[in-house]
Design a protein around this ligand. Structure first.
Ligand code: S3P
Length: 447
């Protein structure tokens, strides 16, 4: 029986088998509608990410005068965007980014160069996340932008003003900060140069290249010049989200009887750290039907039960698997030996403190995890036992705990599990496809 609610119960299925099509990539979906919203003309987007984060971006853009059809809930995965040619309308109300930092940070860069006044807020998690990393570079470009707590927290007030391109060294390897600066740079006078030591996801750059922007990428530097005419719209079929695939990649590797295929998975090299990490742990991953969708590499990925060994993860790989670390910790619990994750202090300022929360919740299930300021050490190979755990309102913690529940002995009860809606609303249905039983999880609305 399948009931959706605040509390979800999971038990270990005998087998995990089957194939699914992945939901569209969240990062690419945000960018596809923001950039097409600036373009001149219409664009068709298919396999648009279904989660609430991308709905937040759709709603903000609609309030800023971008026509996105069809209207109505739930949001269709096929959208038609009518670009504004680069001129947004002032929103009549406060813009709400919900739980989505990508929405807030990217729109800050965009709105900084528009001759309108904008106020953008979000939920309590987003209002506690660092915004100074975006406000500071935008201010250097001439933006009039303010935030709570000495310009470090949302809500943000943005009074659009003329911007000037600048030469930046990116201190944090953040694709959100990089993309905010690029969106401001598109509207600035002169050249914007971004230099980074560690590469982060490059979906904005790939889209900008395809849409006719004056962008040149050389090794670890990006050079962007403003356009004399608007961007060219582009139709896109959004690749499946490797961050959503990660849950079932780990489940397939750690479950004792598993063989699963994830069709249409984005394998952009700036995102495939999870594949590299699992391979280093001894997992065989098959990539088939490799192709390009838009300017992004895609493949069907298959995985089956493997004997995992502990690994050391750190350094340049971290931005390439930053969102996958909570579920990688689950793999670390099952792997034989020690897994160490370092250099991932950014996890403490995600939707929740993911280092503290995943360590705490997996420990309740019997895992041996020691928290580090910038990661964790896991003594793997100890069996997990189902118990009552909590998502802390964080979608990636909820889904990681569900994967732990798929291999744990007994019943795992996840509180506030409905938060998977943020990025993967059909997550529980995907579990059902693979477990082929109706009783893998049971939800009640009594939590
Ligand atoms: C994202 C970039 C990453 C990631 C987030 C989505 C993006 O954040 O954690 O879920 O779409 O640009 P940072 O850029 O802050 O590292």
């Amino acid at each position: 029986m399948v009931k959706r609610g605040k509390v979800t119960k999971i038990t270990r299925p005998r087998h995990l088998e089957g194939e699914i099509d992945l939901p569209g990539d969240k990062s690419i979906s945000h960018r596809a509608i923001i950039l097409n919203g600036l373009a001149s003309g219409k664009a068709k987007i298919s396999n648009f990410a279904p989660g609430r984060d991308c709905v937040s971006t759709v709603n903000c853009l609609r309030n800023l005068g971008v026509k996105i059809q069809p209207k109505g809930a739930p949001l269709s995965s096929h959208l038609l965007i009518s670009g504004t040619g680069g001129e947004l309308q002032e929103s009549q109300n406060v813009l709400d980014a919900g739980n989505s930092a990508t929405t807030m940070r990217l729109l800050s860069g965009l709105l900084a160069g528009q001759p309108i006044l904008s106020i953008i807020t979000g939920d309590s998690s987003l209002r506690s996340r660092p915004m100074g990393r975006v406000l500071e570079p935008l201010r250097l470009m001439g933006a009039s932008i303010w935030g709570r707590s000495h310009n470090s927290l949302a809500p943000l007030v943005i009074k659009g003003s003329p911007l000037q391109g600048t030469d930046f060294d990116l201190a944090v390897p953040s694709a959100q900060v990089k993309s905010a600066i690029l969106l401001a740079g598109l509207q600035a006078q002169g050249e914007t140069i971004l230099r980074h030591k560690v590469v982060s996801r490059d979906h904005s750059e790939r889209l900008l290249q395809q849409m006719g922007a004056n962008i040149v990428i050389e090794d670890k530097s990006i050079f962007l010049r403003p356009l004399s005419q608007p961007l060219t719209p582009i139709d896109l079929n959004i690749p499946g989200d490797i961050s959503s695939a990660a849950y079932f990649l780990v489940a397939g590797a750690i479950h004792p009887y598993a063989k699963i295929t994830l069709r249409n998975c984005g394998i952009n090299p700036t995102r495939t750290g999870i594949l590299d990490a699992l391979e280093a742990m001894g997992v065989q991953i098959k990539r088939e039907n490799a192709r390009m969708e838009g300017n992004e590499p895609v493949a069907d990925i298959s995985i089956e039960t493997s004997d995992l060994k502990g690994v050391d993860i750190g350094g340049d790989i971290i931005p390439r698997l930053i969102d996958e670390i909570p579920v990688l910790a689950v793999a670390g619990c099952i792997a034989k030996g020690k897994t160490t994750i370092r250099g991932a202090g950014e996890l403490r300022v995600k939707e929740s403190d993911r280092i503290a929360n995943i360590s705490l919740e997996l420990s309740k299930m019997g895992a041996e995890i020691e928290e580090l300021p910038d990661g964790m050490v896991i003594n793997g190979g100890k069996p997990l036992t189902g118990t009552e755990v909590d998502s802390h309102g964080d979608h990636r913690i909820a889904m990681s705990l569900a994967i732990a529940g798929l291999v744990a002995k007994g019943e795992t009860i996840i509180n506030k599990a409905g938060v998977v809606e943020i990025s993967y609303p059909s997550f529980w249905q995907s579990i059902d496809v693979f477990s082929r039983t109706e009783d893998t999880y049971l939800s009640t609305s009594t939590g």
